[in-house]
Design a protein around this ligand. Structure first.
Ligand code: HEC
Length: 149
C-alpha cells in the first residue's frame, strides 16, 4: 500500500514537471532569408536536386524551417530547436552567398561526405518525416551532385 502511494506521488511529480516545462517555449521565428544569398540562386542545380535538398535538408540547414506541431511540446521542442541551431551553424543554405569560396568548397565536401555515409538527414528526423527519406538512387544522385560541384 505504502509503495503504491509512493509510485502515485512520483507520477504526479512527473506530470507536474511535464506541465511546468511547457512554459519554456522555443523561438520559432526564422531569420530573414535573402533569396539572393540562397544556395540555389548561386549554383545552377537541376530541379530534381533542388527539390531533394529542399525536402531533406532545409528544415535544419536554412532560414526556412517548417516546425511540426510537436515542436510545441517540451522537451521535444528543445531537441528540435537545438538541431536547427546546430544545423544552421554547420551549413546554412540560405546564407550560402555569405560564405567565401573556400568555405563553400569545404561545406560542399562535408555535404557529400554526410550523404555518402547516410548520416544526413539525421535518423530521428527521418522517422518523423517520411517525405524527407531518400532512396538509394536519390542518395547516389546527391553524392554525385556534391562531387561534381
Ligand atoms: C533534423 C535536422 C537536420 C536535417 C534535416 C539535416 N541535418 Fe545536417 N546536421 C544537423 C545537425 C544537428 C548537425 C550537427 C551535428 C552533427 O554533425 O550531427 C548537422 C551537420 C551537418 C553537416 C556538417 C557535418 C560536419 O561534420 O561538419 C553537414 C555537411 C550536413 N549536416 C549536411 C546535411 C545535408 C546535406 C542534409 C540533407 C540531405 C542534412 N544535413 C539534413 C541536422 C540536420
Amino acid at each position: 500500500m505504502k509503495k503504491a502511494f509512493k509510485l502515485k506521488n512520483i507520477i504526479i511529480a512527473i506530470v507536474l514537471v511535464l506541465l511546468l516545462i511547457q512554459f519554456i517555449r522555443i523561438d520559432k521565428t526564422n531569420p530573414i532569408a535573402d533569396p539572393g544569398l540562397d544556395y540555389f540562386s548561386i549554383v545552377q542545380a537541376p530541379q530534381e536536386i533542388e527539390t531533394l535538398i529542399k525536402n531533406s535538408c532545409y528544415d535544419c540547414h536554412s532560414n526556412q524551417t517548417v516546425y511540426p506541431w510537436y515542436s510545441n511540446l517540451a522537451p521535444v521542442s528543445w531537441i528540435i530547436k537545438s538541431h536547427v541551431k546546430e544545423g544552421r551553424q554547420h551549413v546554412n543554405f540560405s546564407e550560402w552567398g555569405n560564405y567565401p569560396a573556400g568555405r563553400r568548397g569545404h561545406k560542399n565536401d562535408a555535404c557529400k561526405e554526410m550523404i555518402e555515409k547516410k548520416e544526413m538527414p539525421i535518423k530521428p528526423y527521418l522517422l518523423m518525416h517520411p517525405e524527407a527519406r531518400l532512396s538509394e538512387d536519390q542518395y547516389a544522385k546527391l553524392v554525385s551532385w556534391f562531387t561534381n560541384e
